[in-house]
Design a protein around this ligand. Structure first.
Ligand code: ZN
Length: 144
């Protein structure tokens, strides 16, 4: 894949199909994460309803808890890196641009804003850059 890749759908019917598929994936991911959270809550709660600390779990329970924690985090990361939603604004119904350097998809609007800001930074004299601009320069360079 190129460093930047724009996926654009002009046909409104195909846009609806795309949006439905994205929503389906996002909802399925949320449902799976909720199942994992529910199981983690069960492990965190003793039979009398009081809160258990992680150090009170048996080794098998702790192993299951950590596995669920990792899987849940990984699912969230996969969703954030997917084309299903814009990393910046979270919108699901837009055409998207992939920024390989960031391993992420951005809607065309947010990508455009980042690109314009990156171009502005290249035209700004080094001594006129703010501290934040200097620190985030390499991030913005990936949008050029
Ligand atoms: Zn966006």
């Amino acid at each position: 894949m190129k460093n930047k890749r724009k996926i654009e759908i002009k046909n409104p019917r195909l846009q609806r199909v795309r949006n439905s598929l994205r929503n389906l994936i996002i909802e399925a991911t949320s449902a799976r994460k909720m199942e994992m959270r529910t199981r983690m809550k069960e492990l965190e709660t003793s039979n009398d309803g009081t809160q258990r600390r992680l150090r009170d779990l048996t080794p098998d329970e702790l192993k299951e808890y950590r596995t669920l924690q990792q899987k849940k985090a990984r699912l969230g990361e996969y969703l954030r890196q997917s084309i299903c939603l814009c990393l910046t604004c979270g919108k699901r119904d837009r055409d998207m641009v992939y920024n390989k350097s960031q391993f992420s998809w951005y809607c065309t609007e947010c990508y455009g804003e980042q690109h314009r800001h990156a171009k502005k930074l290249t035209r700004t004299k080094q001594e006129d850059l703010t501290y934040v601009d200097k620190k985030s320069g390499s991030y913005y360079d990936t949008f050029l």
